[in-house]
Design a protein around this ligand. Structure first.
Ligand SMILES: Cc1ncc(COP(=O)(O)O)c(C=O)c1O
Length: 396
């Protein structure tokens, strides 16, 4: 599965990117078709085809394509009935868009720490918070500190891993909370055979340029609930009423994905299976090659989870040395996000934690190259650089 590039004399000198998209299929053909036929905007057959192909792949009955994952999350919250009167729980370690989407509708996020093994929301901390710091009233869960209703959990499948969804969904049922899956990073990842995005009430996938498949910018809202997706479709298309001239029955949004981008998406989804196989092969290769270095702790995989390995990261207390070595070897790397509670607009929001694991992961995590196009030689260069940092003072 892994490409061999013995013939490329320049590979040693070239920068190894962290993650770049691959366009090896019908992308040019389908985009040309849009340009040739003039179907470039939000009406056009590629948008519907893209929706059909993605929902077929993830085995979910309904989906609607939108401009990006961020607006997909915003619309999902709206169709679930989350309003400015509500709280939404989400992990403290996530990309800022998850939290922003909650703020965009005027609701208030509550951040929950992540755990040190799989870096997903810590469900024990969540359970203690819901049991001990909230009260039940008329079938609703009220946050004692603010007196506000907690309406939903936005679970983020961080880096294409998935938490113990059985436990999360049981907690959601017990406390009468809706579940939005921020599956932006996790297309193709599964939990006990079910695809990320299809286990909660509603799910959102991103097709940003850095995702496993991309439309440049794009997103999709998916659900088993037809009503949610119909509402999402309506809201994302300026709430236009069918068969009536310019009649709109709500303040809607111009959020529908455009045909020219969906055309790229159709070509990308044709290659998704192959990309997932490659991503998993890259991860297996790194794990195998680096297993003797006990001082690096890769993000762990929960039982029942088949990750998509969107990003591959580990924690190490030698992050500085690793960064120095990677820079020297022209290897690009990535950091974990700044924890939400450390951002100016979120620092005064409630953060539920015991040992502030998000801070530790943010300080120690380093992500290593994992593009679909990564070669064996490039991986070897990465592994040798890592090894060097641990052999300088003996292997731990
Ligand atoms: C966890 C997470 N949530 C939301 C988003 C937002 O998606 P988009 O960039 O498509 O708006 C991203 C990534 O971009 C993400 O990684």
């Amino acid at each position: 599965m892994l490409a061999d590039s013995h013939n490329n004399q320049d590979v040693e000198k070239a920068i190894i990117p962290l993650m770049v998209p691959a366009f090896e299929g019908n992308e040019w053909t389908y985009v040309k078709d849009c340009l040739d036929t003039g179907w470039v905007s939000s009406a056009g057959s590629y948008v519907n085809k893209f929706e059909q192909e993605v929902i077929r792949y993830i085995n979910c009955p309904y989906g609607v394509a939108c401009m990006n994952g961020t607006v997909g999350l915003q619309i999902s919250l709206q169709v679930l009935g989350v309003t400015a009167d509500h709280h939404v729980l989400l992990p403290n370690g996530t990309f800022v868009a998850s939290a922003n989407s909650i703020m965009h509708i005027g609701a208030e996020p509550i951040f929950v720490d992540i755990n040190s093994q799989n870096w997903q929301m810590d469900l024990d901390i969540l359970e203690t918070f819901l049991s001990e710091e909230c009260r039940q009233e008329k079938g609703q869960t009220i946050n004692i500190i603010s007196g506000k209703v907690i309406k939903a959990i936005m679970i983020v499948h961080i880096y294409g891993q998935i938490c113990d969804m059985d436990k999360l969904l049981a907690l959601a049922r017990q406390f009468n909370l809706l579940v939005i899956e921020d599956a932006s990073e996790s297309l193709g990842a599964t939990y006990k055979g079910k695809h990320a995005g299809t286990m909660g009430d509603i799910g959102v996938i991103s097709f940003n340029g850095n995702k496993i498949i991309t439309t440049g910018g794009g997103g999709m809202i998916v659900s088993e609930n037809q009503d949610y997706i119909q509402k999402a479709q309506h809201l994302t298309t300026t709430a236009k009423v069918a068969n009536k001239n310019y009649f709109h029955d709500q303040v809607g949004y111009n959020y529908r994905l455009v045909n020219i981008l969906a055309a790229i998406g159709v070509a990308q989804v044709e290659q998704l299976e192959q990309y997932l196989t490659k991503k998993r092969a890259i991860a297996t290769h790194y794990f195998d090659r680096l297993k003797t270095i006990s001082a690096i702790n890769f993000q762990e995989t929960n039982d029942g989870v088949e990750p998509n390995f969107w990003l591959i990261g580990f924690c190490s207390d030698r992050k500085k040395q690793l960064m120095h070595e990677f820079k020297k070897q022209r290897i690009n790397f990535g950091h974990f996000w700044t924890p939400m509670n450390k951002l100016p607009m979120y620092k005064n929001h409630q953060y539920i934690q015991r040992n502030n694991v998000t801070a530790k992961v943010a300080n120690q995590c380093i992500c290593i190259p994992c593009s679909i196009s990564l070669t064996l030689e490039q991986m070897e260069r990465v592994c040798q650089s890592i090894q060097k940092c641990f052999t300088l003072n003996q292997l731990k």
